[in-house]
Design a protein around this ligand. Sequence first.
Ligand code: RIB
Ligand code: CA
Length: 333
Amino acid sequence: MFKPLLMFLLLSFFPLYSQYKVIIDTDPGIDDAVAILLAFQSPEIEVIGLTSTFGNHDIDVTTKNCQILLELAEKKIPIAKGFKGPLVIPKRPNPDFVHGRDGLGNLFLEPNQKEGNYEDADSFIIRSILENPKEITFIGLGPLTNLASALLKEPKIASLVKEVIVFAGAIYYPGNCNPLAEANVWSDPHAADIVFSSGLPLTTICLNASKKPQLTKQILNEIERANPKIGVFLNQINQFYIDFYLSQNPSLEGANIHDSLTIAYLLNKDLFSWVEGPICVVKEGIAEGATLMDTSSSNEFSPWNERPKVRACIDCKEKEVVALMVERLSSTS
Ligand code: RIB
Ligand code: CA
């Protein structure tokens, strides 16, 4: 009687502190870097480790970039090193034209700690979830290879993870790698299909939702003035990223923030709207990487019938999302 009451009172007075124990699986990547710092700047979130993946660059570079981010944020948490390529298909070329030749806007930074004794990412994911049943939130910001491998090795994690939020896919909306495929799914369609069919408590944030919120040079200047410790870095890495977006579409004001939407969703689901349904990933051919959702529960022979429903976010309140990001990234407390 006394204990629950005490818990209730504590939670009422300190609702913001470490509500979520989070693993971030990531391929930094400029928008990944913003998302990771956003998580570090959010008192509700305790990041227990970063798992690196290939994607925006080779695995050695994305792992090094994870180390750079930990040192910048003065966080002493483990990095576990992930797969160097997809499960089945050959690795795609690195998108240097989006994230730079170093994955972080061509600043060519070096971490103080050069090499680590890294645990494998899939083992870290399995171990963390088994040791903390129903407590871990998994955030996926890159190709879904590490998570798919963890599911293949230990299917029990599907029912023991608290929540999985990934940036992946486009639901009947133009892709950014081919007319239908989003980059994280296109980079490893087989892995994405394993994750989408696994029965995990899964939300995917799609390109449909990330088209509107933009990070502009003006916003980055504002963040830099308020919180130079991370703001200078954010401003510098994003110059390259924003210039890429403006070169693609001069009517934009800045760059799409993709990966940060996973953190914004974790913090406030009211900022998003979604559809739900089973998703099949196209694994080969002209539409490789397309995420096809059955929204109509079609005939009894449909390959979608066997699959669990996935929540796919297709829109967000962009002003509120950007305001949340600015508030968190500007905070020095
Ligand atoms: O499609 C956007 C996603 O792919 C993001 O995760 C971004 O980092 C890119 O690589
Ligand atoms: Ca990413």
